[in-house]
Ligand binder design. Structure first.
Ligand code: URP
Ligand code: ZN
Ligand code: ZN
Length: 469
């Protein structure tokens, strides 16, 4: 299959150039001008369009058992939604079950995706059973194509592990070429505050932010950065949402420590006021760490600009607002009586690129090249997918978004493709929308029409060549 994309403007993390792209058998085979069209199966005229590498979402939770239920997007619905929003690859989390190995977890998650996947995917693994055998199996993860390991400092009694296990895992991972990742919130403090708040009858949604305050996130983030100094092992801190946490990462990087940071699209837009909305509405926005003050949001944008954080993910973990309807899994209504029982997580896999373009590029906060860097290139570099993915270069996968910078679209749960009954950006009219989306040369979405297929997406094994950026 030969495809030519002509007359577009190619945007990568490093360059903006007017050039045509030749695609042969799913790979970019040449970038230039005036390719002969005679033998081509398809010629796409991209006049007025930007051509960018497909988005890579480094943090998602599809079909994940959590909070007494399961996230509502599986590896087909989530992938279809991702493609409509311009994301062509993602890295999900295989979660270890206590008493089982991490290899078991990876096998379980691979099965969840098999036959359903429509875009390409890979896995991180989460170490949740703090026993010596878990640390010992870290080198074996590479044989399953997994080169990143996640630790939770929060979710006491479920996923949280102690600091000793955390540091041992960091050291073992570093010794074998794996990157450690961490959810940085102080789980002991959250558990204590939760108990006190509930005892005092403080069950309204806004109290989630009291139990998950900026101090709780910042303390854990600073502690995690100290562990980098102690172990000299690389660390990627996921979903950073507060100014003081970002400052801890900034200070660590200034010292030359191998620490990297991720933020999420929701922290560039939502604040604690969304969660404090009257009645139960605020449950829609409950996630951990939660969006915080306007000042914290400003700090998130600053961190995206000054490279304190290198990626913007979604932490896509959708739950129905009303999961009692037929065919739905239980959702946010599990927490009707108390914020502490609301399943934690928000949807966003479809919204990330258009919202970041609109809020970031259209406002002049970030350049189109930085947009590509934080949504695609850096995730690929950090997690060992580059240069196969994350850029437009000869030999790379033809994972491409043909993006119409003029097209306006109003985001709504009525029209989105995520398997969830609300959208965090409901009513936002964004300027800039994916016109055509390809994975390895195959068009999955064109002018709002789904042309993809279950089973097309491939598991992408990753080796131990992750990079510090
Ligand atoms: O609230 C969140 N973030 N849910 C997903 C699990 C996690 O902590 O990443
Ligand atoms: Zn987390
Ligand atoms: Zn997460």
């Amino acid at each position: 299959m030969i495809t030519i994309i002509k007359n577009g403007t190619i945007i990568t993390a490093g360059d903006t150039i007017g050039a045509d792209i030749l695609i042969e058998n799913g790979l970019i085979s040449a970038i230039g001008k005036d390719f002969p069209e005679a033998g081509a199966d398809e010629v796409i005229d991209a006049s007025g369009m930007y051509i960018m590498p497909g988005g890579i979402d480094p943090h998602t939770h599809l079909d994940m058992p959590f909070g007494g239920t399961v996230s509502s997007d599986d590896f087909f619905t989530g992938h279809k939604a991702a493609a409509f929003g311009g994301t062509t690859c993602h890295i999900d989390f295989a979660i270890q079950q206590k008493g089982h190995s991490m290899i078991d977890a990876i096998k379980t998650w691979k099965k969840k995706a098999e036959g359903k996947a429509a875009i390409d995917y890979s896995f991180h693994v989460a170490l949740t059973d703090p026993v010596e055998s878990s640390v010992e199996e870290i080198p074996n993860l590479l044989t399953e194509g997994v080169s990143s390991l996640k630790i939770f400092m929060a979710y006491k009694g479920a996923f949280q592990v102690d600091d000793t296990t955390f540091m041992k895992a960091m050291k073992k991972s570093a010794a074998h070429g794996l990157t450690t990742m961490v959810h940085a919130e102080n789980g002991d403090a959250i558990a204590l505050l939760t108990e006190e708040l509930l005892k005092a009858g403080n069950t309204a949604m806004g109290y989630h932010n009291v139990a998950h305050s900026a101090a709780i996130e910042a303390e854990a983030t600073a502690r995690a950065v100290s562990f980098v100094e102690i172990t000299n092992a690389p660390l990627y801190i996921v979903h950073i949402a507060c100014k003081d946490g970002l400052e801890a990462v900034r200070n660590g990087r200034r010292k030359g420590l191998p620490v990297m940071g991720e933020t999420c699209v929701q922290y560039t837009y939502l604040t604690d006021q969304h969660i404090a909305t009257a009645d139960f509405e605020g449950a829609k926005y409950i996630c951990s760490p939660p969006p915080k003050s306007k000042d914290d949001q400003i700090a998130v944008w600053e961190a995206l600009r000054d490279n304190t954080v290198q990626t913007v993910a979604t932490d896509h973990c959708p739950f129905w607002f009303d999961g009692t309807k037929e065919g739905r899994t239980p959702g946010k209504e599990l927490g009707k009586e108390s914020w502490a029982k609301v399943p934690n997580g928000v949807p966003g896999i479809e919204d990330r690129l258009p919202v970041m373009w609109h809020l970031g590029v259209n406002s002049g906060k970030i350049s189109p090249n930085r947009f590509v860097e934080i949504t695609s290139t850096n995730p690929a570099k950090i997690f060992g997918l580059y240069p196969q993915k994350g850029t437009i270069s000869v030999g790379a996968h033809a994972d491409l978004v043909i993006f119409d910078p003029e097209k306006e679209h109003t985001i709504s749960a009525e029209t989105h493709h995520m398997n969830v009954d609300y959208n965090c950006y409901e009513g936002m009219t964004v300027k800039g929308w994916p016109k055509q989306v390809m994975v390895r040369g195959k068009t999955l979405v064109k002018d709002g029409e789904w042309l993809g297929a279950q089973g097309y997406g491939e598991f992408i094994p990753r080796k131990s060549f992750n990079k510090i950026v």
